[in-house]
Design a protein around this ligand. Structure first.
Ligand code: CO8
Length: 257
């Protein structure tokens, strides 16, 4: 498929998607959504791909949903089309997705980054949920995912005032996993993705499922779920290989990469 708003590449066993609407600071419109869904689906179907990196430009990861596209819409249009719901598909990607964020990650841009499994930020990154300043509220998970990630007090502060958080504050708050210099951002994210892609895929997919389950269930259920997955991995050849390689002091040759 020829893409208009994203650049889709592979780097070894990693899928790289770059948001590419520089004239609108990568604002997310319906074309971006359609193309992102296609790119994710293609990487999912491509057995060689073990992890995905989603990034933007140095100036902006994404400055939100496209305000120009949304401004004239009426309630009935939004409701009938279940506007926004398509983004859930990206949050449900089975393969690990790393957001590499530089510059603005605002509104839907911050929400898209939070749909990824973790965020690596450059020290220029700015996160925010400014929807309140437009007379609306976050609509792609900002009130829910941000609250789970940074807690109620900071989420309320961000969502009610619309202020931005810089990379240092985002790291302190647990929104991002690492902060690096802008020129290191993509390499750092690609190296993390490459490491994940080198591991046994069943264990990687289960690890992702298990961590996500922690956000959705009780501790008791989550622990039971984790234990069941842990047991089930002993049915894989890669568990035998991974542990044998450790004992024999050599690199594992995983079959299911
Ligand atoms: N939508 C459309 N166009 C945008 C957006 C946006 N979100 N953000 C920036 N642009 C455009 C500007 O209009 C401008 O275009 P033009 O040159 O044609 O006027 C161009 O990008 C450059 O932007 P600025 O000139 O404003 O650049 P500055 O450096 O002065 O400012 C800011 C950068 C601070 C990022 C500023 O552009 C800004 O505040 N942008 C809007 C941020 C925002 O409010 N985002 C939230 C949007 S609402 C939302 O995300 C709801 C999510 C749930 C729905 C999801 C549905 C898919």
């Amino acid at each position: 498929m020829a893409y208009e708003t994203v650049i889709v590449e592979t780097r070894g066993n990693v899928g790289l998607i770059t948001l590419n609407r520089p004239q609108a600071l990568n604002a997310l419109n319906s074309t971006v959504l359609k193309e992102l869904k296609q790119a994710f689906a293609d990487f999912h179907d491509n057995e060689a791909i073990g992890a995905i990196v989603l990034t933007g430009s140095e100036r902006a990861f994404a400055a939100g949903a496209d305000i120009k596209e949304m401004q004239p819409l009426q309630f009935a249009d939004m409701y009938k089309a279940e506007f926004i719901s398509g983004w859930d598909e990206i949050a449900k990607a089975r393969k690990p997705v790393i957001a590499a964020v530089s510059g603005f990650a605002l509104g839907g841009g911050c929400e898209l980054a939070m749909m990824c499994d973790f965020i690596i930020a450059s020290d220029t990154a700015k996160f925010g949920q400014p929807e309140i300043t437009l007379g609306v509220i976050p609509g792609m998970g900002g009130s829910q995912r941000l609250t789970r990630m940074v807690g109620k007090s900071k989420a309320m502060d961000m969502v009610l005032t619309g202020r931005m958080m810089d990379a240092a504050e985002a790291e302190r708050a647990g929104l991002v996993s690492r902060v690096v210099a802008p020129e290191r951002l993509l390499d750092e994210a690609l190296a993390a993705a490459d490491k994940i892609a080198s591991l046994s895929q069943p264990s990687v997919l289960m690890a992702k499922e298990a961590v996500n389950r922690a956000l959705e269930t009780t501790l008791e259920e989550g622990l039971r779920f984790e234990r069941r997955l842990f047991h089930s991995l002993f049915a894989t050849e890669d568990q035998k290989e991974g542990m044998a390689a450790f004992i024999e002091k050599r690199k594992p040759a995983f079959k299911h990469r």
